[in-house]
Design a protein around this ligand. Sequence first.
Ligand code: PEP
Ligand code: MN
Length: 337
Amino acid sequence: MIIVLKPGCKKKDVASISKKIEAMGFMPHPIVGVERTIIGAIGDDRGKHKLQVLESLPCVEKLVPILQPYKLASKEMKEQSVIKVGKASFGGGHFSVIAGPCSVESEKQIVKAAEAVKAAGAKMLRGGAFKPRTSPYSFQGLELEGLKLLAKAREETGLPFVTEVINHESVEMVSEYADVLQIGARNVQNFALLKIAGRVGKPILLKRGMATTIQEFLMSAEYIMSEGCRDIILCERGIRTFESATRNTLDISAIPVIQMRSHLPIIIDPSHATGAKDYVAPLGYAAIAAGADGLIVEVHPNPKEALCDGPQSLDLDEFAAFMKRLKEFSRASRKKF
Ligand code: PEP
Ligand code: MN
């Protein structure tokens, strides 16, 4: 339920209504807007009739039920979130590119990649230190050493970085270093992990699963938000279909659908969506044309030698050329890039 307060309500009114909401067994989530404040009362829908008594309070204008099963993530709760990390902004007309290798391999590799993607216009660095691989015999990531190398690359370039968490232990370790925690496609419905990550107080990049509906995806965001996290960047990275010419099938329609339903920014990962570097640029242009709030792209100084996802990684020159053209598309789609 959304409790809409009258304009001019004081902080102490918000606090006292929040207390009442809590006493009725709901969690209050105040959102202070320019014009007015609203409070989301989140909890078990079966008891929501109890909240009706709030309507008689002098500073309450009205009560509006949230119809979607995802409450905090829904557009009914908030018009638009803009997530800012360093110089990167996602949502509300802002478009930023995150780029870097699939996984951190060495200091030379990550620093070189960071310098090049920054020079080309990327606003955030990516790089896996904990890798959820399909095969237990594949490279699993440098773990703590990888985090330290990412921190070094940040020191050298000023770029904030995002890296993946795969379990409870990695959340603890990663949140000491990273600017943004990534939850990957394979963990999108690992509800225990979503809850732990939601308590850390860092922004989260949540990837859609390969077999997750948009509604399930938004419910996963809701899990994170219900633990107090407000800064979530959603990422469409391709879903499983019958098509085998590409690694996955990019669901481009997820962009407008999510933007109709949620205030959270939605970015596109054309690298994992296709699995082939030749398709990364065309889908990147398609994404910005369709209104995406950003991209995450795999870039490696030497893709042929990459320990992970080399075939889908752009080299440094290819990435620079891609960014140049992407800027032209950003003007046509009126994105601040
Ligand atoms: C990644 O970004 O490195 C990754 C493993 O992506 P996904 O979870 O989308 O497969
Ligand atoms: Mn990868």
